[in-house]
Ligand binder design. Structure first.
Ligand SMILES: [Zn+2]
Ligand SMILES: [Zn+2]
Length: 122
């Protein structure tokens, strides 16, 4: 059977029907549409439209956020560096240096227990 379209006939204003076989043929070529014909038989036209491209889901907000890189100045050495965070802080070199200093302090205090990640007494 045929399906009625939302188009009206140019000549008589009647409903146009879509030929399903032609629609399938058109769809197999990657188009939308098909042969439409007037219910009164006064017209018959081919409608072919490119199929709408597949909707690509946008990347989720987090991925987009992670790709945004800001340039901020280090609060320790004032050197500019790139960060993905929002708050200005220390550059990588200063962070590494700070961690090293902390580890040195901890190793001096705790002796062998370096890098255990647990502070305070057991
Ligand atoms: Zn017609
Ligand atoms: Zn720095």
């Amino acid at each position: 059977m045929s399906a009625v379209t939302d188009i009206a006939c140019e000549k008589c204003g009647g409903s146009l029907y879509l030929d399903r076989e032609s629609a399938m043929e058109v769809a197999s070529r990657g188009f939308r549409g098909g042969r439409v014909f007037c219910v009164a038989g006064c017209t018959s036209v081919w409608l072919m439209r490119p199929s709408p491209p597949m909707a690509v889901p946008p990347p989720d907000g987090r991925a987009k956020y992670e790709r945004r890189v800001c340039t901020v100045s280090c609060r320790v050495c004032e050197r500019h560096y790139q960060t993905r965070g929002t708050k200005p802080g220390r550059c990588k070199a200063c962070r590494t240096e700070a961690r090293r200093t902390r580890d040195r302090r901890r190793s001096a205090r705790d002796g062998a227990h370096v890098g255990a990640g647990v502070d305070g007494s057991a």
